[in-house]
Design a protein around this ligand. Structure first.
Ligand code: AMP
Length: 290
């Protein structure tokens, strides 16, 4: 695996190699969730680009950006072992040179709700701008994202459809610890005690899934989840049941199920998670292919 830091070097390396090309955009501090994306990309492509870029424009809190874990040497070893052929690790001014003035924005309920409402719409505008740039730099046949960030994945599908970008978007299931805690680079910030407390997120989601076996009323399901959070020591930002196809609020629980999405702070660390819930309460963990 080769590491490149500039866009000309990235393009030259890609040109010299075979197609198809898969892209896995990340912010680094790789864990098994990222590696599942890289492994899938390696199974489906002859070149696999992993980008590592802690994108300043998608952070709404300066301290979150500053303390975001960075571990490039370890990341390079893990990415190579998972099948990456090219690591793209640019400095911020390679991506945002002086004079940079363009923003790519998906607008409306998809970016106004949940993460957009709590982190500000600029968060998603930062994501869509950098993802558009990465797609233009790499011109991959397929790009791989995680269901862990379900709203982001849907925003990216929207972006790709709306701008007629010629790339296949693959969304892969959330990888969890055996305890159920969703893997996240931000978990590195958690103390042992906080890690225990962080299980309240998956516990609330599983409570919602159980409640869906007893009631089809989203209000009942949400109430059960909020009740479980009462006994926890996390600071809830939101717990919502939304339509997995457009993130609109679910008023009736119908045949296609709902996505239960949660964000909460555990100490200083903000975590998100989600679970697809079917009306019968049966697991529906596999995100739908587009
Ligand atoms: P990040 O480095 O957090 O920006 O994540 C890079 C990509 O990895 C995104 O598409 C995430 O959705 C995905 N990802 C992060 N955590 C997980 C996880 N636990 N399981 C699956 N994918 C994940």
């Amino acid at each position: 695996m080769k590491t490149v830091r500039t866009i000309p070097d990235l393009r030259a390396a890609l040109k010299a190699g075979p197609r198809p090309v898969g892209l896995v955009p990340t912010m680094g501090a790789l864990h098994d969730g990222h590696l599942s994306l890289i492994e899938r990309a390696a199974a489906e492509n002859d070149q696999v680009v992993v980008s590592i870029f802690v994108n300043p424009s998608q952070f709404n809190e300066a301290t979150d950006f500053e303390r975001y874990p960075r571990a490039e040497r370890r990341d390079a070893e893990l990415a190579a072992a998972a099948g990456a052929t090219l690591l793209f690790a640019p400095q911020p001014d390679e991506i945002y040179p002086p004079g940079f003035s363009t923003s790519v924005q998906v607008t409306g309920p998809l970016t106004d709700s949940l993460e957009g409402a709590h982190r500000g719409a600029a968060h998603f505008h930062g994501v869509t701008t950098v993802v558009t740039k990465l797609l233009n730099m790499v011109a991959p046949d397929a790009a791989y994202f995680g269901q862990k960030d379900a709203q982001q994945a849907l925003v990216i599908r929207r972006l790709v459809a709306d701008l007629n970008l010629d790339v296949r978007i693959e969304i892969l299931p959330t990888v969890r610890e055996p305890s159920g805690l969703a893997l996240s680079s931000r978990n590195e910030h958690l103390s042992e005690a906080e890690r225990e407390r962080a299980h309240a997120l998956i516990a609330a989601l599983e409570t919602a899934r159980e409640a869906a076996k007893r009631s089809t009323d989203p209000a009942d399901i949400r109430a059960a989840a909020l009740d479980s959070l009462q006994q926890s020591d996390v600071e809830l930002e939101y717990f919502e049941l939304v339509d997995p196809d457009d993130f609109s609020a679910v008023s009736r629980f119908n045949g296609s199920g709902a996505l239960a999405a949660i964000a909460a702070r555990v100490g200083e660390t903000r975590l998100i998670d989600n679970l697809l819930i079917s009306p019968s309460g049966e697991p529906e963990d596999q995100p739908k292919d587009s």
